[in-house]
Design a protein around this ligand. Structure first.
Ligand SMILES: [Zn+2]
Length: 366
């Protein structure tokens, strides 16, 4: 970061600080819905605490708990953030203060985007209209066009990213809003719907699956990537496992649960992939989060005051000392873990490709 942009960031942080202070004046309890007594996936009341953690990425105040359902294995945030809480914790993550940082991250992900398009290609006929849900700034669509030139890509996002993606020419059409709203307005209007790492952010995955069914033409394809709570890394790395991503990830669905639910919703699952959906960052992200947890914070608008020179120097020292660890973790992720992520069940995500049944209703049992 050069001197000008650091100064610019300091000014922007200072400008945001008063609003954050006001919002945090009464503590974080107001950000949560009442604790659920039953599993939101199957209704069982056999719940066990799975993880107690904090916001390890943005370091906003608050404590977060994940419960696991002993009946079906579903993992979910409990108590869950309410609308106010979601707005608070998403602010300055994908947009505002966080946008520049994340823009760089998304730009560098072309290989992962191509893999997503390749997974759908064998099941596609020819020309098709594709809706990418949670499209962000449309970077997946831009990359996928090169893999699937006969496909027209639209995107939908709850943020203004959808408009930005359309203006930048990365999508044909950028819808701003939710999938259920769009599905109600334009039922049966797409041949493919993709949900790459967005279902886990939704308050009701069931509603999103029903909306995906509604917005697809009969015979259309649904492709879903989500974090895999059954990954061995989830157990090995504990709270330092990136895909827990608290407080944003509200539901972590085991693959078997999602396969069964898709069948109940009127889909036939065509493919289940694990290694293909793996993002080789688990060890690097774990080391990075741990270093950040021990180093004093950089200036953030939700801190009471900017850190002084001593704390800034200490942070720099911790980060420099951590460089060899970060490098080692990155090499292990890519060279040692990635080739075995599938067979060793270390893949941090899985992908399902499903076809909407032609009759539009659930399949007959048996
Ligand atoms: Zn359950």
């Amino acid at each position: 970061m050069n001197a000008v942009s650091r100064e610019d960031r300091t000014l922007r942080v200072a400008a945001l600080r008063a609003a954050y202070r006001e919002e945090l004046a009464e503590g974080t309890d107001a950000f949560f819905a009442p604790r659920a007594r039953a599993c939101p996936w199957c209704g069982s009341n056999r719940l066990t605490g799975r993880l107690h953690t904090a916001d390890l990425l943005q370091h906003k105040p608050g404590a977060f708990e994940l419960d696991r359902c002993d009946a079906c294995g579903h993992v979910f945030q409990n108590p869950r953030l309410n609308e106010r809480g979601l707005a608070f914790y998403y602010r300055d993550f994908y947009d505002g203060l966080g946008e520049e940082k994340l823009g760089g991250v998304f730009d560098g992900r072309a290989a992962a985007y191509r893999s997503r398009a390749e997974s759908v290609r064998p099941h596609l006929g020819g020309a098709a209209e594709w809706l990418d849900v949670g499209t962000g700034h449309g970077h997946f669509c831009e990359t996928a066009r090169a893999v699937l030139p006969a496909v027209a890509f639209d995107g939908i996002d709850r943020t203004d990213g959808a408009d930005l993606a359309e203006r930048a020419g990365r999508v044909r059409r950028g819808h701003r809003g939710s999938l259920p709203e769009l599905a109600a307005r334009q039922p049966g209007s797409y041949d493919v719907v993709s949900m790459f790492h967005c279902l886990e952010h939704c308050t009701s995955p069931q509603r999103e699956l029903e909306a995906a069914h509604a917005v697809l033409r009969p015979g259309g394809l649904l492709v879903i990537d989500v974090p895999d709570p059954e990954s061995r890394f989830a157990r090995l790395l504990g709270r330092w496992w990136l895909p827990w991503l608290q407080p944003q990830h509200l539901h972590l669905v085991p693959a078997g649960n999602l396969r069964r639910r898709l069948a109940e919703c009127g889909f036939t699952v065509l493919a289940e992939e694990h290694a293909e959906a793996h993002d080789p960052v688990d060890l690097l992200a774990a080391v990075w989060s741990a270093l950040n947890a021990v180093a004093p914070r950089e200036d953030l608008p939700w801190l009471d005051a900017p850190p002084g020179a001593g704390r800034r120097a200490l942070r720099t020292a911790v980060m420099i000392a951590g460089v060899p660890l970060l490098l080692a973790a990155a090499v292990l992720d890519r060279v040692v873990v990635r080739p075995f992520a599938g067979p060793l069940r270390l893949a941090n995500a899985y992908r399902l490709v499903a076809r909407r049944d032609a009759d539009g209703g659930p399949p007959t049992p048996g």
